[in-house]
Design a binder for this molecule. Structure first.
Ligand code: FMN
Length: 182
């Protein structure tokens, strides 16, 4: 693995990328600057924030680099909706998708994203608020939509970090022609 590359608007994805970088020792680059540092086809883990189901920057990253794993940062609970996110973004089956909760920070949103959030609050927020019974997950989503919140937690990266450690170990073993444990 060569690097961790990310796209962030209000900072939570950047914090996750830096946490993962510290945990793994891999260099960390914003997608906008990665071209200066990484050759085309470099092996990366890509972190992008979720915008109406799309992983921001994923298509660009996948066009330039060999994306080995994807980490989507959104307002849903860590580990939720991974298959939906995979389908919506066309992530190939062999590439693991991790989802982690970043939160929602309306005060940091700029331009079109601020206006999109207002629409989201009026539509999805109103629909959730109007439900007679809500799951705990829906309660959390409504709370975030109405009041915002910072949900970045280092342990949300555990699954992605474990996958990376396993993959790096396998790479080393294969390089030594020792075989790769399951
Ligand atoms: C307009 C808008 C649309 C969003 N759509 C989604 C979404 O589809 N799924 C989700 O889980 N989070 C969604 N979010 C929440 C962001 O992905 C979340 O706030 C994320 O932590 C932002 O990352 P950043 O701080 O790196 O910019 C949306 C936020 C905004 C403002």
């Amino acid at each position: 693995m060569d690097a961790i590359v990310y796209t962030s608007h209000t900072g939570s994805t950047e914090r996750y990328a830096r946490l993962l970088g510290r945990r793994t020792g891999l260099p960390v680059w914003p997608l906008t600057e990665a071209e200066r540092a990484l050759p085309p086809g470099a092996e990366i883990v890509y972190l992008g924030w979720l915008l109406c189901g799309g992983i921001n920057g994923y298509r660009t990253a996948a066009g330039r680099y060999w994306v080995r794993a994807v980490c989507a940062v959104g307002m849903g609970p860590t580990g939720s909706q991974t298959e939906l996110v995979r389908r919506r973004n066309g992530v190939p089956p062999a590439v693991p998708v991790f989802t982690v909760q970043g939160g929602l920070q309306p005060e940091k949103l700029r331009g079109v994203y601020r206006r999109m959030l207002d629409t989201l609050v009026q539509t999805a927020g109103a629909a959730l608020a109007g439900k007679r019974e809500r799951t705990a997950e829906e309660d959390g989503a409504l709370e975030l939509l109405l009041r915002g919140g910072d949900c970045v937690r280092p342990e949300a990266l555990d699954a992605a970090a474990r996958w990376l450690e396993r993959t790096e170990r396998c790479g080393l073993l294969l390089a030594r022609a020792d075989g790769c444990p399951a």
